[in-house]
Every structure is written in C-alpha cells, then in structure tokens.
Design a protein around this ligand. Structure first.
Ligand code: PXL
Length: 283
C-alpha cells in the first residue's frame, strides 16, 4: 500500500488542509499519515474572525524523531499550510531526512488567494517558501502564490502565454514541475496548467467554470494530485482527476451554498473518487 505523509494545519471547523486532505487521500486508497503544523478553531479565510491558533512548531522534531526510530518511510511527502516561519527550515530538514531516490515531494505553497496574502504571512515567509519550493518535485501555487514566489504583481487576467512563462520561471526555483491551480484563460473554463521542466512539456486540465470563489478548493486539488501521483498516474491523468473532482465538489455545494459558504461539500463525491482510483490499487 502506498503511503503519503501530509504536513499542514488542522482547522477544526472549515474543511480545509488536513480535514480535507485526510478523507480525500484516504478515499483514493493511499495510507495517509498526518503531521499537524498548527491547530486552529477555524480556517483564517474571510467570514471567520477571532479564531484560535496553536502553533505546533515545537512538537514537530519530537514526532519525526520517533518516526525515525520506528523506521517509517513514505512514498510521498506533501506539504500545505505551515504555521510559522521557523517551520519551513524544520520541514526542509524533515524532507532531507526522509527522502529517498523514489520519494515524491509535493509542496503547495499556501500563502494567499485572490491577490491577497492570508493573515499571518509576510515577505520573510515568501522567501522561506521559495527555498521549500526548491526542494520539491512538484509545486502547486495558485495565481496569487505564483506572483508572490516570482516577486511580481498579481493579475487575474493572465493569458496562456503569461501562465506558461510564469510556470517556466517557477521551475527555475529548483522544482521539477510547477502547476498553476485555478488557471483559466477564458471565463467559461477553470482548471490547471503544469510545466514539466525535464521534458519541456505543458499539460492542462480544464472544466466548466462555476463563477464565484470557493474556499478550500486549492487544498482539495492538491490532495487529489498528490494522491494520484502517489498511485502512479501520469501527469495528465492526475491533473484531469484533480480538476474534475474539485469541479464536482463545487457543483455539489451549489444547492447549499448559503449555509455552506466556508468550504466545499466534498463528501458526496468521495465514492466516485474512490471508484476512479480502484484500478491503481490492489483490492
Ligand atoms: O485553504 C488554505 C488554508 C489552510 N489552512 C488555513 C487557512 C487556509 C486558507 O485560508 O486559513 C488555516
């Protein structure tokens, strides 16, 4: 059985980060080990204020030292929202300690959305995140995070050529593949575009666009992409699955959108996801 370690916060209410990654990646048939970076009462996105935040930086080294004594190994290490600047170097050390030739390292450089940084992040964090991206095989920024990593202004009207140029410059940070999530070049579609530096190939996945902004879709997309690549899917298959699952979750949320504004309703879509991954696992 393939095993994936995911490193991100637990937002107790709000269905993002670990409370999305754990059910989604498990449904794909991949054993999911979690390393929580912080515990929050809710996510920090718009709509919530007064959330609690417990930084778990001091717990990480003890947890990983225990795992080393147990001899644990992981096929994939997938990082998301990190709780402090100091965590970045601790996580880089963890990756160096646990990585083998076959380990896939996926970094979702979670820092902002819609042209704005999430609360608690600053330019020092962006610099540190660039160094973590350099260690990755695959990075998955949205347009906001891509602009931050490249030191350029955010725009929500990027052309396909501009996205391609940004992706090539992102791989120059040191990662093998850069994927821009939420990438769309026309209003009718939404999806993702990847640049695989080794082959010089661009891969795109596109779905019908549903207008509006939906919290936690980046985490869901990254979880499916990480799970899919862990199962051995090629880039096109993993990207298509991630885009279609994210689209399905948004669609499932629409009828209850008013009371479910804080996240997407992924639960009814998990069965279909499991079905599509069945042929990649021994059952
Ligand atoms: O969905 C990304 C994310 C993860 N974790 C926390 C967040 C956010 C985005 O707002 O606040 C705590």
């Amino acid at each position: 059985m393939k095993r994936l370690l995911t490193i991100q916060d637990i937002s107790c209410f709000g269905k993002c980060s670990l409370t999305a990654a754990l059910p989604v990646i498990s449904a794909m048939g991949v054993e999911t080990i979690v390393l929580p970076t912080a515990v929050l009462s809710t996510h920090t996105g718009s709509g919530f204020s007064g959330f609690t935040f417990r930084d778990l930086t001091d717990d990480i080294e003890g947890i990983t030292a225990h795992w080393k004594r147990l001899g644990l190994t992981f096929n994939t290490i997938y990082t998301g929202y990190l709780g402090s600047l100091e965590q970045v170097s601790i996580i880089r050390k963890l990756i160096a300690d646990f990585r083998t030739e076959d380990t896939l390292v996926v970094v979702d450089p979670v820092m902002g959305d819609g042209g704005r940084m999430y609360s608690g992040f600053d330019s020092k964090f962006v610099t540190a995140m660039k160094s973590l991206c350099a260690d990755a095989d695959v990075i998955l920024p949205n347009a906001t995070e891509a602009a931050l990593l490249l030191g350029q202004n955010y725009r929500n009207d990027l052309t396909a050529d501009e996205i391609q140029s940004m992706l090539m410059r992102l791989t120059a940070l040191g990662c093998g593949t850069a994927i821009m999530t939420g990438a769309s070049t026309d209003k009718a579609h939404n999806g993702a575009m990847a640049y695989v530096a080794r082959t010089g190939e661009f891969v795109t996945a596109s779905c019908e666009n549903i207008s509006g902004s939906f919290h936690s879709t980046g985490d869901i997309f990254s979880s499916v992409l990480s799970g899919g690549m862990t199962l051995g899917m090629d880039m096109q298959t993993a990207l298509d699955l991630a885009a279609e699952f994210t689209h399905d979750c948004i669609k499932a949320t629409l009828p209850i959108r008013e009371e479910h504004w804080y996240a997407v309703r992924f639960e009814p879509c998990l069965g279909m996801l499991a079905e599509r991954c069945r042929k990649y696992i021994d059952v």
